[in-house]
Design a protein around this ligand. Structure first.
Ligand code: NDP
Length: 619
């Protein structure tokens, strides 16, 4: 008897798992393209695209400054969370001769650039915003909106005196290890030359926009922009909406991922006509935001943020939660369902496979409920069908919104399903062609995402050369090669944090960042104490860590990103590439989960012998 047969009556399950699997396969096949991740334009290929979608800053004019040539102890690339937390913790540890470089005009990383109406963080602010205990800041809401997050980044900058060491509107052109005197030489778009003992790259996972390579894109004569470079001159209004300049305009949105879900309700509320071009619908859970309860917040004891972050991580792996903040957390719906399934069966009958089967059932239960939510909120039955996601819960980043689905009840909003043509067909001088019909529009918003899982060089956008002039990307080849996801052989004194290697399958990007930064600061302290000139993982240590990642890649850890059978294409699965053709994503994560990873790093630090590192000292 299958687990489903055991629990279906007790849990009142009205679906048939094999029907769902067939439907998922059908929906996947409708969308998968032979050109997989080559369907997107590499914006670095033309200066015009690179400027418009990456370098140009719509938020702040670039101020003149003199180029500098400076010797440093620590150079940090990126002024988002990684760079800020690293600089803050390095300063706490007594390092002051540092620089933080960022192409933006201020701190904040994605929260500097992404100012589109409705932008909000889908992770609870209490576990997302870094260093809350150190700053004593109480987030206004459970899920913060972008302006508050950006302001908090600025607060962090002031709190830790980071503005003095930051150079904004500064793009790194190249990083090169100079073996003769063990320094990273870093050049920039502003003519700077930095020579630094240590370098840390924290350029984030969603920092380079990507555009679908739609025929005719260059012919369009109206306005176009990407969600991460919002054009308020065109739309009017601000981050909380009120886009009054759209009242006489027809606007197209290409994409229905996490950014589109937040922005579409605002466009729909203002524009004369809104055309949403949807290839794959997102999963839309309830947002249920709420103001922070000051009594609860002031009752939190020292160490609360780490504790809450760990509780969230454990809950994702199925452990029960005790904190009130996490009781109804949307990201935990699947874990709650898995626990429901497990608690329904006889404990003596639970074998290893039961947990895997329970996860699959929990996935179906979650998706069925979320599909029924679409029926509940969307008046037109036909539209509701188009808006239903038919895939496993973790095939795409789940989203949460309380007004998105209702936007499709407005008579001014058209939903255009482009799944059968595997994307928008064509762009003309005046509009967009889909399913053979041309829709004239005044502007196109590209909510088409970022280079998150594409080729390493494309994602990071910075040439990095280590010993003997070897490129980091050449070294990594078809999969990251690291010790602990942080350092690579042949690239001494270089730390890479966040973005690429998130080490746990956590939707909270900030938990691994802070843990890895603390690890790096400890390591640098140790190297300095030993009078080290440089350190890098040995080839063997790198190989052993990779073997650990590969050997332990369980079905559950590979579930994220999806199996070819159940997942529609997306950046989690390299746009639906067959497993054999994918870069080895097993090397971009730590398969045994966060708890295990933190214990591994702690054990390594406690041993105190810098195991696996080749350290060169001064004598
Ligand atoms: P995504 O990559 O998630 O979405 C891109 C969208 O563009 C998809 O809907 C995709 O469709 C669509 N698309 C691409 N090419 C075409 C085409 N040729 N024709 C039609 N549609 C097309 O990008 P987002 O910016 O939405 O989100 C990126 C990530 O940023 C999120 O997953 C999340 O991690 C993060 N984010 C986080 C937020 C937060 O709250 N913390 C908020 C916003 C973003 P298809 O799915 O079919 O490929």
């Amino acid at each position: 008897m299958t687990l489903f047969d055991q629990v279906k009556d007790r849990l009142d399950l009205a679906f048939d798992p094999s029907d769902l699997e067939t439907k998922y396969q059908f929906e996947r096949d409708r969308r998968v393209r032979t050109d997989t991740d080559r369907q997107f334009i590499d914006i670095a290929e033309t200066k015009e695209h690179e400027d418009k979608y990456h370098h140009d800053d719509p938020h702040m004019p670039v101020q003149h400054r003199e180029a500098e040539a400076v010797e440093l102890d620590f150079l940090i690339v990126g002024g988002g969370w990684v760079g800020m937390v690293a600089a803050a913790r390095l300063k706490q540890s007594g390092y002051s001769n540092i620089r933080i470089l960022d192409g933006a005009g201020d701190f904040g990383g994605v929260w500097y650039w992404n100012r589109y109406p409705g932008a909000q963080c889908d992770i609870q602010s209490y576990i997302y915003l870094p260093l809350l205990e150190e700053t004593g800041y109480m987030p206004k809401e459970r899920y913060s909106h972008a302006p508050e997050i950006f302001a908090y980044a600025q607060r962090l900058g002031r709190h830790f005196d980071l503005y003095d060491v930051a150079r904004f509107h500064t793009w790194v052109s190249e990083m090169r290890w100079e073996e003769n005197d063990s320094r990273w030489v870093v050049t920039t778009s502003r003519g700077d030359i930095y020579r630094s003992k240590y370098a840390l790259v924290g350029t984030g996972s969603a920092s380079r926009a990507r555009l679908p390579d739609i025929p005719g894109l260059e012919d369009f004569t109206g306005e176009t922009f990407h969600t991460s470079r919002w054009n308020y001159d065109f739309t009017g209004g601000g981050p909380s909406g009120g886009l009054q300049k759209l009242e006489d305009k027809r606007v197209a949105v290409i994409g229905t991922g996490a950014s589109a879900v937040q922005v579409i309700p605002h466009i729909a509320a203002s524009a004369k006509r809104t055309y949403v071009f949807q290839r794959t619908p997102s999963v839309i859970g309830e947002r249920s935001n709420a103001p922070t309860d000051p009594d609860w917040f002031s009752s939190l004891k020292p160490g609360w943020q780490d504790a809450l972050r760990q509780e969230f991580e454990r809950a994702l792996e199925g452990e029960p939660v005790t904190s009130p903040a996490l009781q109804t957390e949307g990201f935990l719906e699947m874990s709650r369902n898995a626990n429901k399934v497990i608690s329904t069966v006889d404990p003596d009958g639970i074998v290893e496979d039961t947990l895997e089967e329970a996860t699959v059932l929990a996935d179906h239960m979650t998706m069925e409920r979320l599909r029924s939510r679409v029926d509940h909120l969307v008046k037109s039955k036909e539209r509701a069908e188009v808006l239903k996601p038919w895939y496993s819960y973790l095939c795409k980043r789940p989203t949460f919104h309380d007004e998105y689905l209702q936007a499709f009840n407005r008579p001014t909003v058209s939903l255009i399903d482009v799944a059968d043509s595997k994307g928008v067909e064509r762009i003309t001088e005046t509009g967009i062609v889909a399913n053979g019909v041309e829709h004239d529009v005044d502007g196109i918003v590209f909510a088409s995402g970022f280079e998150i899982t594409s080729d390493f060089e494309k994602r990071m956008g910075i040439p990095i050369f280590g010993e003997e002039g070897k490129s980091l990307y050449e070294h990594w080849g078809a999969g990251m090669r690291t010790l602990h996801g942080i350092m690579s052989n042949g690239f001494p004194n270089l730390f890479i944090i966040g973005g690429l290697f998130t080490n746990t399958i956590s939707p909270n990007y900030c938990t691994p960042i802070d843990g890895q930064v603390r690890h790096v600061v400890h390591l640098v302290d140790q190297l300095e104490e030993r009078g080290a000139l440089s350190a890098q993982p040995s080839e063997a240590a790198e190989r052993d860590f990779m073997a650990l990642q590969i050997d332990n890649a369980t079905a559950a850890s590979m579930r994220f990103g999806g199996t070819p059978e159940t997942c529609t294409p997306g950046y989690y699965n390299q746009e639906g590439k067959a497993l054999a053709d994918r870069r080895d994503s097993r090397l971009e994560t730590y398969p045994l989960g966060g708890e295990h990873y933190w214990k591994l790093l702690k054990k390594w630090r406690d041993a105190g012998n810098l195991a696996g590192l080749e350290v060169i000292t001064e004598e």
